[in-house]
Write a protein that binds this ligand. Structure first.
Ligand code: ZN
Length: 206
């Protein structure tokens, strides 16, 4: 079977929290805490594994920049070939290997809620970048076209379940839920400046 065309490289990054040492604080310097991995969004392995490792590293609190720098040198050095060694080397960050592997290779799960509001069942990230009541219709259209088939969560690497070409989601598409969704896509019209002026004028005449 021919491989599907791979998407271009995407950089994912996190800035984990670092408890700076006294001398680091006293230096008054600002430190680069960013950790980065390079992935292809439409490739399953090892890309979703690397995204998951980045998520786990992003939730670990590093003790000083030395620990972070040492970790970064290891983590960013060809992780797609070395990821298992990195996991074994850093139980502080990833926990015991067996537990880490369960996270990295968690089974594909349906998204929470229907598109465009779908969220990752593990970390709650908005899969299409659309936020209910916040994202307007043109933006929703653009975001959905950009991410027609999200194979895994960009935030935590959780793989999503598909039924054929369709993203599976936990919601049943009830009439009530559809009405609720439409309300968010077309927010209630705010009174325009003209309307406000007319209303103010009328009040003044009374
Ligand atoms: Zn996630």
């Amino acid at each position: 079977m021919a491989d599907k065309q791979k998407s271009p490289w995407t950089l994912l990054s996190v800035n984990p929290h670092v408890n700076l040492t006294v001398s680091e604080i006293e230096s008054g310097l600002s430190f680069d805490t960013r950790l980065t991995v390079r992935v292809r969004l439409n490739s399953d392995y090892p890309d979703s594994v690397l995204a998951c490792m980045l998520w786990m590293a992003g939730r670990y609190v590093f003790n000083g920049m030395e620990e972070l720098d040492t970790f970064r040198d290891d983590f960013e050095n060809h992780p797609s070939q070395r990821w298992q060694g990195i996991i074994d080397q850093w139980p502080l960050v990833f926990g015991p290997t067996e537990t880490a592997l369960k996270k990295l290779f968690a089974s594909a799960k349906p998204a929470v809620k229907r598109p465009p509001w779908s969220k990752c069942p593990r970390c709650g990230a908005a899969i299409f970048g659309c936020v209910e009541g916040m994202t307007d219709i043109e933006e929703i259209e653009r975001l959905l076209k950009n991410t027609p088939a999200p194979y895994w969560c960009r935030s935590c690497g959780q793989r999503f379940k598909f039924t054929g070409n369709w993203l599976s989601c936990t919601d049943e598409f009830t009439v009530e839920e559809t009405i609720e969704s439409i309300k968010h896509v077309f927010p209630t019209q705010q009174p325009s400046f003209d309307t406000l002026q007319i209303e103010a004028g009328e009040e003044h005449d009374d």
